[in-house]
Design a protein around this ligand. Sequence first.
Ligand SMILES: Cc1cc2nc3c(=O)[nH]c(=O)nc-3n(C[C@H](O)[C@H](O)[C@H](O)COP(=O)(O)OP(=O)(O)OC[C@H]3O[C@@H](n4cnc5c(N)ncnc54)[C@H](O)[C@@H]3O)c2cc1C
Ligand code: FES
Length: 277
Amino acid sequence: MAKVLRRERLVPNIHLLEVHAPEVARKCRPGQFVIVMSDERGERIPLTIADWDAKRGSVTSIFMLVGTSTQKLSLLKAGDDLPVYVGPLGRPSDIQNFGTVVCAGGCFGIAAIYPIARALKKAGNRVLTLIDVKASYLFYWEDKLKKVSDRLFVSARDSRYDSKEYIPYKLDSLLKEEKKVDRVVAIGCTYLMYRCAEATRPAGVKTMVSLNPIMVDGTGMCGACRVSADGKTKFACVDGPDFDGHTIDWPELFARRKSYFDDEVKSLCAFERERFS
Ligand SMILES: Cc1cc2nc3c(=O)[nH]c(=O)nc-3n(C[C@H](O)[C@H](O)[C@H](O)COP(=O)(O)OP(=O)(O)OC[C@H]3O[C@@H](n4cnc5c(N)ncnc54)[C@H](O)[C@@H]3O)c2cc1C
Ligand code: FES
């Protein structure tokens, strides 16, 4: 059981969830995640740890509204209890002084990339952050990202920021402009991570992606999060979630993420019908 300290809408489809979880806050590291259940009848869903405060004992995640469980989380209020809040899970991100690192993020990945960029900056890297949003009003945590980035480049389709271009195109041009990029880290929807990995493949720049397959237990027992990396079966919850994007079987990952699509749509419709009836 963990208490909700804060739940607030940051932009129309993205919410912040701050939870009192001192044990998690004390141990967590960039790149790790928690498994959360919004209510006793809910499902267990993974959320990346986007920030934490060990003194306050709090852990923050940012989530995007996509289906029933995230919709339920968006209705929580400060003081509510979460029946399940388990973590930190997964392997922490590889943080070293690589040199110049590009951190690319979109949707919930804008927040998920933040602790990684912060740790990479602290480790002495030059951090170039690339953010992709569908529209300017969907950008959040600008101040936090500016503080941990040597350069922050934002691409929004309505171009109120630096460009309209989808961020993998910017990544491609950045690799040509910069003398040397030593590593790329990309987090967001599967398509964004796939496109970032494809953008860096010709130059052979190592590109770490934080995979988001369906998960159930989050501890390597159920097999739900199976992915193929370098032709080998891996479980994203215990072997990842970070993987070298050039080794991933992306078509398999896209297909597996759609396995329950019809049920997810039915579940959301039923939940909304019940809520408004
Ligand atoms: C390790 C890990 C960390 C994660 N961290 C976060 C996080 O920090 N914040 C966050 O919001 N999500 C995160 N996710 C994804 C999150 O767990 C799912 O979005 C969540 O389980 C969806 O549950 P739901 O019931 O709301 O939607 P579901 O009913 O399960 O899904 C609804 C539909 O939306 C689609 N969908 C799901 N996610 C996305 C997406 N990101 N973009 C576009 N379509 C999508 C699915 O294909 C599905 O068909 C993470 C996943 C993993 C594996
Ligand atoms: S979520 Fe069950 S094995 Fe990874």
